[in-house]
Write a new protein. Sequence first.
Length: 345
Amino acid sequence: MARSASSVSASAARATTRPQMAWLTLGVVLMGTLVGTLGNSMANVALPSVMSTFNIAVGDAVWMVTIYILMFSVPMPVFGRLGDLHGYKRLYIISLSLFALFSLLAGLAPNYPQLLIFRALQGLANAPTLPAVMGILALTFPPEQRGQAVGMWAFANSASHAIGPPLSGFLVQLWGWSSIFLVLVPVSVLAVVLIARLVPNDSKQGHGGFDYAGAGIFMLAMLGLMAALTQGPKVGWTALIVLVAAAAFVIFVVILVLVERRTKAPFIEARLFRNRQYAAATGVISLQVFLQFGLALALPLFLVQVQKQSSTVTGLVVFSLPMMMALAAPFAGRLADRRGHRTIS
């Protein structure tokens, strides 16, 4: 993406934080990963309760999950670049503060349209989390410890995916669907306070301007793609809205390529994809996430609506896959530091 390779490689020279302070920084910044991932993983199990409360169909209820994923994934590269330009700590504090606010409003939403609006804003507030965490870790840890640090992030991320479904089932059975949003508020506020006090300030890493045109076109292209993929199964792949969304995706991709070729500091660094290892790793990770999120969405609905399982049982069943990922992540990080990322992959 727009973050230059030079700024990433130069981060090794800036990783001068004392070892004990570095690991404290890691623990604090991972609180944002915890709440952001829980905001996603707890929603699937709560879908049947939301459907019952607002008397909506599955196709409409799925948007509560989809809109969150859409709004945090599409703008993520934009916030990565903004973190380069304005500092990761500042970006992180603002995003977590807004996440707490929109989580509160989502939990208090009186109707489904308002719930969707606040879910979209909640996802948007979560978008800076991953770029900010990775930026802070790159500036905090030396290269020889960075794999272990990223492994701990992967553990926190996977553990949050694992904990989310059973925790959601427990909360929904006791206090209803709104509790899955309200429980995130105090944790987010605590994270903001700790990050403000304990995480060292970072300087700007980026130089030059921001490619607003490229970022905007990229976001429009991704919105078109996501709209086509989500509406296709619901209304049919030949429906007008699906064809328009797919055509918009293709058109914006072509425009993006033309614009980025003429930009001195492009939003998307196309030359990165000439690196076979980078392109292959990106493709594999994309496929993995695609399959993982699809299973996480379909399985709870199947267990509750077809198998007639309770929310608690459903959460425990969904728990197994991400829990195994969480257990493996720290060891994978250490092995990557010792034997190389390519060997482990």
